[in-house]
Ligand binder design. Structure first.
Ligand code: GLC
Length: 451
């Protein structure tokens, strides 16, 4: 009997540890609790990314220090002359809100190591530039005042810190990747001290500014890259524990390099991917980050700005696949949004004013609803409304909803609540009778009230 008992005990101990190995979790939060913690974000769907720093002065990409292999001395001029005299975070917040964005994430420190906030642990910060202010604090206050959720981007990389060692992205090794150059430049550098710096600054950011809704950490190399930095270099597990202790409700992205843990991040972050690629994220918790143009930081001479239709396509396709979109502005060094960003935000405002019901609280449609030709579907399961986004307006003025018969109570355009008539040819399909002339909306949306 005793033997049987012992065997049973061993077997159950084994299965518990097997289970733990399979799930591999750092925290004990249940799936339901996580869903609840993230509910506001999943419902809101749309946020603003803001890349701003002294690289905005160079106005040729936030990686300019790397791209042009600059030393700290060569980069110094941007620090000395940074004076954003037109910085008005209330105006930023109003533009974000008008465009329908519900949260924002600002670069508190980017890869160049410059801090927009007043940190005790460095002199390399906005308060020591001609700006003379903690710009992060002003951002937090202004965005909160508009009712927007507030997030911090924080770069794990640091091309300024004296203890940060060389890796294949560091500006100083770009012309010479030899081991001897690494060894020479790494002399006297101590990643243990840098790890402490990370902890200290994250602690400042998460204690000095009230409730912070999102922490967007950036980034960690793939496991097999030998000349990159990995979770251990950041002390990632401990760092994440610290974050969750300081701000239990916060959402953290997935760029700490903790992929082997189920809870090493709250959401995945496909960057600058096409709308086609977004389909494969369906079922995951995700946010795609995208620029208006090709660069995150202000880039004066970059001209590949996305068209309004493309921006809306990103927003709609994200929702239609159960994900979020965070769209980036790179303010100028004077502290204003570029006119092209303002125009794009304006167009988004028009569309969102008329159609935000097809975005907020929406996700992909149940499988029983086939996607009609040239459309995208979004769905609100609480109100049981299905939204047909007319990505290309049907030239014929008719649109077939395949197999939708007996499923619909009422049909209207969303932007003006005007009735849309339909006909049935006796089969399972429903044919919408749309006006031949496309309504004055970039992508019109048909709202179906389901039975
Ligand atoms: C990349 C880039 C960085 C940008 C970020 C936004 O990781 O290094 O410049 O901030 O993507 O997702």
């Amino acid at each position: 009997m005793n033997k049987v008992r012992t065997l049973f005990l061993i077997a159950s101990l084994l299965s518990v540890s097997l289970l733990q190995a399979q799930t591999n979790k750092i925290f004990s939060e249940s799936a339901a609790a996580k869903e609840q913690r993230m509910a506001w974000w999943t419902n809101d769907r749309f946020g603003m990314f803001i890349h701003w720093g002294i690289y905005s002065m160079a106005a040729r990409h936030e990686w300019v220090k790397h791209n042009e292999h600059m030393t700290n001395e060569e980069y110094r001029q941007y620090f000395d002359f940074f004076n954003p005299d037109q910085f008005d975070p209330a105006a930023w917040a109003k533009q974000a809100k008008a465009a329908g964005m519900k949260y924002a994430v600002l670069t508190t420190k980017h890869h160049d190591g410059f801090c927009l906030f007043d940190s005790k642990y460095t002199d390399y910060k906005a308060t020591n530039t001609p700006a003379h202010r903690d710009l992060v604090r002003e951002y937090v206050n202004a965005f909160r005042a508009q009712g927007l959720k507030v997030g911090f981007y924080y770069s794990l990389l640091d091309w300024h810190h004296p203890d940060y060692t060389m890796d294949d992205a560091h500006p100083l090794v770009q012309t010479d990747q030899s081991q001897s150059n690494y060894d020479r430049l790494n002399k006297g550098r101590d990643m243990r001290k840098y790890r402490q710096y990370l902890r200290d600054q994250i602690t400042e950011l998460l204690t000095n500014y009230g409730k912070i809704d999102i922490l967007w950490l950036d980034w960690t190399w793939g496991k097999d890259n030998k000349r990159g930095k990995h979770a251990e270099d950041w002390g990632a597990v401990e760092l994440l524990k610290l974050v969750r202790r300081l701000q239990p409700g916060i959402l953290v992205n997935n760029r700490l390099g903790l992929d082997e843990y189920e809870d090493g991040g709250d959401f995945v972050t496909p960057e600058q991917v096409s709308t086609k690629e977004l389909e494969k994220y369906k079922g995951k918790t995700w946010e795609t980050c995208q620029t208006f143009s090709g660069s995150w930081g202000y880039y004066r001479d970059e001209n590949t700005w996305k068209k309004d239709h493309q921006l809306l396509d990103l927003l709609i396709t994200s929702t239609a696949n159960g994900g979020n979109l965070i769209l980036n502005v790179g303010p100028t060094a004077r502290g204003e949004f570029d006119y092209r960003a303002k125009n794009a935000l304006d167009s988004l405002s028009w569309w969102m004013h008329a159609n935000n019901r097809a975005i907020y609280h929406c996700t992909y449609a149940p499988d029983e609803f086939k996607v009609p030709e040239n459309t995208q579907l979004t769905y609100n399961k609480t109100t049981r409304r299905l939204y047909v986004h007319l990505m290309e307006y049907p030239k014929t003025g008719t649109l077939v909803l395949p197999g939708y018969k007996d499923k619909i109570k009422y049909i209207q355009f969303l932007h003006d609540a005007s009735e849309i008539k339909s006909k049935s040819d006796g089969g399972d399909d429903v044919t919408l009778l749309l006006p031949e002339k496309k309504p004055n909306v970039e992508i019109p949306v048909v709202e179906l009230l389901l039975k």
